[in-house]
Structures are given as structure tokens and as C-alpha cells.
Write a protein that binds this ligand. Structure first.
Ligand code: NAP
Ligand code: SF4
Length: 601
């Protein structure tokens, strides 16, 4: 993996003692995750069981020799011994997600004809020998968690019988706990982002319960303590694992234990600041918690000069600023023109699969209450209303842009907030002007078919078969429900639609709309809108899209109504979020910019 750490010597391990000590001082236990990426590695010297290129890596691996394989066992053992030296309580060996061990297990990637390939027994021998080598080196009391791929979601992956048989062999080889791995990185099935229903894969873990005597952990899209309790109570697993929720809120466990789940800043599964950052060589952090991984370089200090600060607008920027200003001891009051907080998040949370965004609003509601920040709803303030404040944080957000296309005032034209909040107003044939994040969101909403069985519907449309009835890897032919509308998604740029979407989620969003038959066109010139529909020109060819609704998703302009009055009154103010820059404003930038302002204020 690019930038991946090598952990093989005492000098490196010594530095980790700071982490293990901190965890132990607080009564916790900590295991280090260990993985060999095999053919996913971003290095020219990548290796794999067979020289088969991964679809997500431009480089072809070299086939491991017998000597390499023997050395790899030693390397795993050395790495785990160093984890033990650093006072970790255990390790988690990644045998899933399509990494090296998984590449040996699955016929998909293992075409070897020696003793490490061919039969099932040969294919699992590599992973088992890794475990035995580690166990021999670390002794009987060190925890070895093995992350077992229980659902590969690639052609020619494992069968369920093989998963169970391997689990039993792993137990014999000395594994302490088995964790659930779902989906290889190259799988064309989303398994962790927002649109994956919460707890969608606990049923897979449940099938392994009782097959081994060691504890079994479940994972994927468990971001809420009550859900975790329910999973355990149902007997789906002995333990629950989470990762991203602790970036979103490092105090998740303490808050849950204290009965303050309402105060948890919930991970919304967006990947925008964690995985998207990692895959673009940036420091991992969190969209809803800008402090994540910046704990040592950002200090929130109590203010020495408390001020009365008005925050105008209770969208993400306003709420984030109000929170940190109040934490620092400023006297903060929030004014919101609407009857609810949330700003643009209120549209996002109405998109099917983005229901988790409600939790961010719940978090901020709790936070404002706990910090005793008054939030005045239905208050469109003028500068005169703000005379008594020392400073104004202008977070009044954005207004949807209405491009000057002839016929833009036609009755069939809606802006995106109207279409999202009132989909019943949208006809059966719809053109969307603008294919940014919101154009994609609206296309998803308008082509979505409601199902009472959210998990079942998700599995059907992505072709996931947790019962392995059809083929290896847990895949089945996807079944798309009939879409309620025919949708055209349009942009002026000649580039491919969705190119600007986030790295780790954009592909799934594009694929979903393709599966739903959404027509996507770039290089579009908008000619006019009339009773007949939307007239466009592509490659100098005139076309009429016979639509009964046109939804405008053409970006936004900053909303700064209050600023002129503040200027005239000489009142100090700071623009934050969309009120500052509307172009491509998103929640991450809004929250982060507002927090930075509040930290430095
Ligand atoms: P955006 O990403 O800036 O997209 C605006 C779209 O409108 C583009 O397709 C643009 O393409 C088109 N456009 C711009 N000016 C136009 C004009 N004058 N006439 C016609 N078309 C015009 O904005 P957005 O979609 O409103 O999203 C706002 C922000 O929220 C973005 O940062 C976005 O990433 C974020 N967001 C993220 C997600 C997510 O899931 N991560 C979801 C929703 C929103 P052309 O200029 O090529 O026509
Ligand atoms: Fe969760 Fe998004 Fe934060 Fe990642 S960036 S931890 S997915 S909320």
C-alpha cells in the first residue's frame, strides 16, 4: 500500500508504547491490525500468489516464489512480535478485503499449481501457516484476531462451506477471535458508505455463530450503540467492531456507557475525510469532527476575553462555529431564518440512504442544549437586531442558482430544494440541469423505489446473496426495481459525469444511476424550456428532451443579506461556510472552516 508503514523493528515499536500506555492507563485493550496488501500494493515490487493484475491497480504483481512465501511467514511473525514488544494486547491479521491472505484463499486470484494453490486445503494453507508462525512466536496468551472474508463479493471467491471450514481450521491454528470481513476492495458492491443500510451484514456473521467456539465479531455500518446492543441481543455476534465511528467521536464508548448516546457525534458513512483522504495521500480525519487526527496540532483553549457573538444561520457552518465558540467560553446566540436547524443538510438527509445525516442534526441539537447556546428559529435577523453583539459570524448559507436559460420561469421548472422536499410535484420524465453532488442526489431520489425491507432491497439491487445459493463469492444477478421516473442528468462540461464525486463513493453512485437507466450527458448547451420539454444542443445537434419537469441543480450563490447593514454599522463580522464561498461548498469545508474560525477567534 502506498505510504504503508513497515513495522518490523524495536526502534519503530518503541514509539508505539506511547499509544499502548495511554490505552492501558484508561483500562482499555488494544490490538494492532496487520496486513499485507499483495496485489493491491502501490509499488512496482508488488507480489501476489499469482501474477494477476487487480482491477483497481495499474501494476501487475510478481508471483511469490517458495522462498518469498517462507520469508513472508517470518515477516508476519516478526511484525506481530514487535506489536507484542510495543505492549499491544494482540494483533488483527487481515485475511479479508482481498488482501494477500485472501488472494491465496480465493480461486479468483490463486492460480498456483504448487502446494499453495489448487485444492481448498492448499489455498488456505498460506493463511493458516501465517497464524501458526505468529502463534509460535508470540506465545499462547497474545490475542490473535483473524479477519475472515465471509462474503468476498467477487466472482470465484469462497463458498460458504469454505468460509466455515476455514474458520474451524483457524481456531485449531491458534486464532483467539474471528472478525468479519465483507467485500474485497475491488468488489463492485458498496459495503460501507452511507447508502448501505445500517447493520446490513450482521446476518452473515450470525451464520458462523456456533460453528466455532472462539468469539466472533461482526462489522460494517454499525455506528450507533443501540444498534450494537440489538445485534448482540439478537445473537448475531459475540462482539461488534467499529472504526470510523471513533473518528467521528473519540468519546463514543464513554458516552454510550454514561447513557448519553444522544451526545454522540455519529459517523455518517460519507468517507469524505477518512478514506477519501487516505486514498488521496492526505491525513485521515473526519467530516463531522475536524479535530480527528489533529488532536496534537489544534488546541481548543478557553478564551481570555469572552465576547458576545451572534451566529447568523444554523446550517453546518453556523452550528460548528457556535459549538467551538461556546466551548471556548464565548457567549453565543444563534439565529436561523427557517423553522429548523440544518440548512442544506435538511435536503441531504431527505435523500434515500442518507438518513444518517439526521444524526448530525440530533448531535448539534444536543450540543447547543448542553452548551446552553440559545437557538432562535424563524428569526431572519437584520443588522439592527445584532447591535448588541461584539461580533457576528455570518453563516447564512446559500441560495440555489437559477441559470438564465430561456423559459427558466416555465411552470415545469423546480429548483432542487422544491424537488427534494416535494417529489410529488415532479413528473414522470425529468431533466436535471447540473450533475454535481446535488444533481446525483436528486437523480437518486427521483429514481428510488421505496421498500419496507431496506436491507433486502439493498442486497437485491447490488446482487448480494448472503446465503450463497447461486455462486462463489456471495454474488447473484442484481435485480433493479422498476424506476418510477425516466431521468436525464445533464452538465455543460464535456467531461464524464460524476468525475468530481468523491473517490471511494462516487463509483457506486454512478453505477447505481446507470443500473437505474438514468441518461447521462455532458457537453450540453441549454437552448430553452417550453411546453414540449427541454431543448438542448450536444455536439452541434439539436435535441428535445420531452420532459414534464426540469429540476435545476446548477449550484448556489452565497446568501449575505445581513452584510451590507453590518458594514454600514461598522460591526465586525466573519463570513463562514457557503456565505463565504458558495462554489462547491460542501459540509466538510463548511464545518472545518467554521471550526477553524472559532478555534482562532
Ligand atoms: P456543484 O458540485 O458545484 O455542481 C453544480 C452543477 O451545476 C455542475 O454540474 C455544473 O456543471 C452545473 N452548473 C453550474 N453553473 C451552472 C449554470 N450557470 N448553468 C447550468 N449549469 C450549471 O454543486 P452542487 O451539486 O449544488 O453541490 C454543492 C456542494 O455540495 C458540492 O461541493 C458537492 O460536492 C456537495 N455535495 C456532496 C454530496 C456528497 O454526496 N458527497 C452530495 C451533495 C452535494 P456544468 O458547469 O458543467 O454545467
Ligand atoms: Fe464517518 Fe464521514 Fe467521518 Fe469518515 S469522514 S469517519 S465516514 S463521518
Amino acid at each position: 500500500m502506498r505510504g504503508g508503514h513497515v513495522f518490523d523493528n524495536e526502534e519503530e515499536a518503541e514509539r508505539h508504547k506511547t499509544i499502548t500506555k495511554a490505552v492501558h492507563d484508561h483500562g482499555g485493550k488494544i490490538a494492532m491490525q496487520i496486513l499485507h496488501t499483495g496485489r493491491y500494493a502501490y509499488t512496482k515490487t508488488l507480489v501476489a500468489p499469482s501474477a494477476i493484475k487487480a482491477p483497481i491497480n495499474p501494476m501487475t504483481p510478481r508471483e511469490l516464489t517458495e522462498e518469498d512465501i517462507q520469508q513472508t511467514f517470518k515477516d508476519f511473525a516478526q511484525c506481530c512480535a514487535m506489536a507484542q514488544f510495543a505492549n499491544y494486547d494482540g494483533v488483527e491479521i487481515m485475511g479479508s478485503e482481498g488482501y494477500l491472505i485472501n488472494q491465496f484463499i480465493a480461486p479468483h486470484t490463486n492460480h498456483r499449481t504448487d502446494k499453495w494453490g489448487g485444492s481448498f486445503e492448499n489455498r488456505i494453507a498460506f493463511g493458516l501457516q501465517v497464524v501458526r508462525s505468529v502463534r509460535e512466536r508470540v506465545g499462547p496468551n497474545f490475542i490473535i484476531i483473524f479477519r475472515l472474508s465471509m462474503l468476498d463479493l467477487v466472482d470465484n471467491g469462497s463458498t460458504w462451506d469454505e468460509v466455515v471450514a476455514l474458520a474451524k481450521e483457524l481456531e485449531k491454528a491458534g486464532v483467539t477471535i474471528i472478525n468479519t470481513g465483507i467485500g474485497w476492495h475491488e468488489a463492485r458492491v458498496p459495503t460501507i458508505y452511507t447508502a448501505v443500510p445500517r447493520g446490513a451484514f450482521t446476518q452473515v456473521t450470525r451464520r458462523l455463530m456456533g460453528q466455532v467456539k472462539i468469539p466472533v465479531i461482526t462489522s460494517n455500518r454499525i455506528n450507533d450503540p443501540q444498534l450494537a446492543e440489538d445485534v448482540l441481543a439478537r445473537g448475531d455476534a459475540d462482539m461488534v467492531s467499529m472504526a470510523r465511528p471513533f473518528l467521528a467521536d473519540a468519546h463514543f464508548v464513554n458516552k454510550a456507557a454514561a447513557g448519553r448516546a444522544d451526545a454522540i457525534n455519529t459517523c455518517i458513512g460519507c468517507n469524505q475525510a477518512c478514506l477519501d483522504h487516505v486514498f488521496s495521500m492526505q491525513m485521515a480525519s473526519c467530516l463531522v469532527n475536524p479535530f480527528a487526527c489533529h488532536e496534537l496540532d489544534v488546541e481548543v483553549t478557553p478564551t481570555k476575553a469572552p465576547k458576545k457573538v451572534a451566529v447568523v444561520g444554523a446550517g453546518m457552518a453556523g452550528l460548528a462555529a457556535a459549538e467551538t465558540l461556546a466551548v471556548r467560553g464565548h457567549e453565543v446566540t444563534v439565529f436561523e431564518a427557517n423553522d429548523k436547524i440544518g440548512g442544506q443538510f435538511n435536503y441531504a438527509k431527505a435523500i434515500p440512504g442518507k438518513e444518517d445525516f439526521n444524526d448530525t442534526l440530533r448531535y448539534f441539537t444536543t450540543r447547543m442544549k448542553d452548551l446552553k447556546v440559545p437557538v432562535h428559529l424563524n428569526r431572519r435577523v437584520t443588522s439592527a437586531d445584532l447591535a448588541n453583539f461584539d461580533h457576528v459570524a455570518v453563516a447564512s448559507g446559500v441560495t440555489p442558482r437559477l441559470p438564465p436559460i430561456p423559459g427558466i420561469d416555465h411552470a415545469k421548472v423546480l429548483n432542487y430544494p422544491e424537488a427534494i422536499m416535494h417529489p410529488e410535484k415532479v413528473g414522470k420524465k425529468v431533466a436535471l440541469i447540473g450533475a454535481g453532488g446535488i444533481g446525483f442526489d436528486v437523480a437518486e431520489l427521483l429514481t428510488h423505489t421505496h421498500s419496507d425491507d431496506e436491507v433486502g432491497a439493498y442486497r437485491k439491487q447490488w446482487g448480494i446473496d448472503v446465503n450463497y445459493t447461486d455462486k462463489r463469492g456471495g454474488l447473484v444477478e442484481p435485480q433493479m426495481p422498476e424506476t418510477p421516473r425516466e431521468v436525464w442528468l445533464l452538465q455543460r462540461k464535456a467531461t464524464k459525469l460524476g468525475d468530481g464525486l468523491a473517490k471511494t463513493t462516487g463509483w457506486a453512485r454512478k453505477l447505481l444511476l446507470q443500473k437505474r437507466g438514468v441518461h447521462m450527458h455532458g457537453g450540453v448547451e441549454y437552448v430553452k424550456i417550453d411546453d414540449a420539454g427541454l431543448h438542448i444542443r450536444i455536439n452541434n445537434e439539436d435535441r428535445l428532451l420531452p420532459v414534464d419537469t426540469v429540476v435545476v441543480c446548477a449550484g448556489q450563490d452565497s446568501c449575505r443579506d445581513v452584510v451590507a447593514g453590518l458594514e454600514a454599522a461598522g460591526k465586525p463580522y466573519t463570513l463562514i461556510g457557503g456565505a463565504d464561498v458558495a462554489a462547491e461548498i460542501d459540509a466538510k469545508r463548511a464545518i472545518w472552516q467554521a471550526t477553524e474560525f472559532a478555534v482562532d477567534f
